[in-house]
Design a protein around this ligand. Sequence first.
Ligand SMILES: Cc1ncc(COP(=O)(O)O)c(C=O)c1O
Length: 392
Amino acid sequence: MTSVLPSPSPLPAAALTLAPALPARTPAGLVGGTPLLWIGEPFTDPGRGFWAKLEGRNPGGIKDRTALHMVARARERGRLLPGAPIVESTSGTLGLGLALAGVTYGHPVTVVTDPGMEPMMAGLLRAYGAEVHVVRAAHPVGGWQQARRERVEEILAARPDAWCPDQYHNPDNVTAYRTLAHELIAQLGRIDALVVSVGTGGHSAGVASVLREHFPALRVVGVDTTGSTIFGQPAAPRLMRGLGSSIYPRNVGYSLFDEVHWVAASEAVWAARALARSRCATGGWSVGAVALVARHVAATLPAEARVAAVFPDGPQRYVGTVFDDDYCRRHRLLGGVPAPAPDRIAHPGERVVTRWTACETVVDPLAAGAPPAGPEATGPDAGEHGLAGAAR
Ligand SMILES: Cc1ncc(COP(=O)(O)O)c(C=O)c1O
């Protein structure tokens, strides 16, 4: 393969890194145009590496893109009237994006969450003017995710003008990420493999569909957490949030994936921490899981292959979890270095996986006859962070 990256600029590297971003007239103007960082040795094997798209450099995180887009489209279609309230169930990242969209377009924002939301996140949302409702009890069958949805329904019933973006099933949550794909193309020129986490399925479907149009041979690798139902495993207690789900979001672009990897929390913690120490650019559960898989993809493809990975947010909100030794010890997450390569199964139904495992058969569990919604995982962690991977 030949490189199509632009040839080196005559400017010294320091001058390039100081190139200022364009001035923004609105806070929404700060969204997008995120940087790309090379992740190489010592995190990766010698001579191998991947490009990380640092979505944590948006004001809130990756979901700023979708929040602004979903709100703009709903306004255009008359589904969201000027000044009407926005109500959504979220445990964080989308809430920050909606707060930004609320400020940008002039809508009050109510976020329904659960006790697993980090105090810092709840504080930030309130600071940005959002109303934060915390459900206090998990639904006996559907867990926290269901309890949150029911509270959203109650609020919507009381406010008929209110609008809920419904990030799991709203197709605008996919098209919102076309910009991210175009940025990657502009930054890298050619892309051979894309590694992306999957929660609602929005950014993986949005980015991969555009990239495939340009690079038909693109390898798309999805990253999920163990205990998530998205790719056909049974629901189980999960610590990791952001990626994974206990339902079957209709935004997941199953046909786009060549391969899915399930990663366990301890493996994501190892990778997030190793990244922090070696590259100073890291994030939380999803970044750790994506980095672990991207490192492996880069090691297995030819050295010239250009691998892009999406890092959805930064590390700040994870200082009390992923980066906290007491928390990690309590949850037995400091168990050592993950295996150099994933276990492999031929089909998601072959067995229940509890550590890093890959599968090249990617099927939509609903099309394969799964029940319409899995009960949310509950377990020893459910009262704290075992909130079963509500997308953020
Ligand atoms: C931190 C983080 N990582 C990954 C994801 C998964 O992204 P998506 O919902 O686009 O699949 C989310 C979604 O909420 C998230 O907040």
